[in-house]
Design a protein around this ligand. Structure first.
Ligand code: ADP
Ligand code: MG
Length: 290
């Protein structure tokens, strides 16, 4: 158990953490990140210390899973925002709406994820924070600053975060071709690199999260993934080819389809380049026969 290796103070703190809130039932997360390179240990300590955590890693490497696991360990609801879509101040902070009350219309403010997480002392997960638009940066800076205070421009309310409020962010920073994170933002984080799982740990995830049970197929799928990761690092094939998420899809499909068909649809077809597609299939054919 990961908890037993934590400093005593943190273990004691965790034992006291079970103020289950029904209103946020849907935001409680499950654990399940398989410990690799002491990531859970280090991030759980950083969370306890009140640090903003930034997880860097390629797509499908387990960043969201790790964030969910940290939040689950602290038994905190996790509010998520994704900066890659058209994220504006309203989707972060909330919006005004009109409600009928005793025959009269009253204006009400519906709190968004940032405000709810700050006030209730929950986890705020900010995905693809490097994609945030310049207009939203001042809000994010306020949330990440040690003062943890923002002024809601829609209500003029000054919101000071609950002492348990924590931020975990993720950026899709792979081995090659990355969008750098604004320096002022980066400065506010402690940073952890999350890499694709390999070998025995990857097999453990396949067994835990897919329906595939055939040992030989699991063995070869994991070997293929290890090779794809190496090729990705060399720049031979784009990073999505090595995604753990894609591999898990392939493993599920391989329960009923041939492994090659599974790999074609879960991995190869995601790539844009025809040469890369054939490269993946050729590699797969060294393990599996049609
Ligand atoms: N270390 C790990 N332990 C458990 N599951 C993992 C791990 N790494 C990846 N996964 C699995 O791989 C898939 C993609 O992970 P996810 O967290 O969505 O990736 P990311 O957020 O980095 O794109 C999920 O199904 C996740 O459960
Ligand atoms: Mg994710």
């Amino acid at each position: 158990m990961i908890q037993e290796q934590l400093p005593t103070e943190i273990q004691e703190y965790l034992e006291k953490q079970s103020d289950y809130q029904n209103d946020f039932e849907h935001l409680y997360t499950k654990d399940g990140f398989i410990e690799t390179e002491g990531l859970i240990h280090k991030t759980v300590i950083s969370y306890y210390m009140g640090k903003n955590i930034l997880l860097k890693g390629p797509t499908g490497s387990g960043k969201t899973k790790l964030a969910e696991t940290i939040s689950a360990i602290y038994q905190k609801p996790m509010h998520s925002i994704n900066c890659s879509v058209d994220l504006d101040a309203e989707s972060l902070l909330g919006f005004k709406t009109i409600r009928e009350q005793d025959g009269k219309s009253v204006i009400e403010f519906v709190e968004g994820p940032v405000v709810q997480a700050m006030k209730n002392g929950h986890t705020l997960y900010i995905d693809e924070i490097n994609m945030a638009r310049p207009e939203t940066l001042p809000i994010l800076n306020g949330v990440l600053d040690y003062r943890k205070t923002i002024t809601n421009p829609f209500t003029n309310e000054v919101i000071k975060a609950h002492k348990d409020f924590r931020v975990i962010s993720a950026i899709n920073e792979g081995y090659i071709g990355t969008t750098p994170l604004n320096e002022a933002l980066k400065n506010r984080f402690v940073i952890f690199q999350v890499s694709y799982l390999t070998g025995d740990q990857l097999k453990e995830v396949i067994r835990a999260q897919t329906k595939l049970t055939d040992n030989q197929t699991i063995e070869y799928m994991a070997k293929l993934a290890d090779e794809l990761i190496e090729e990705t690092k060399k720049g031979k094939v784009s990073e999505e080819a090595a995604s753990t998420r894609a591999l898990l899809d392939a493993c599920d499909l391989a329960v009923y389809l041939t492994p090659l068909t599974a790999i074609e649809h879960a991995i190869s077809e995601k790539l844009d380049d025809e040469r890369e597609k054939s490269f993946v299939m050729n590699l797969a054919e060294t393990y599996f026969k049609e």
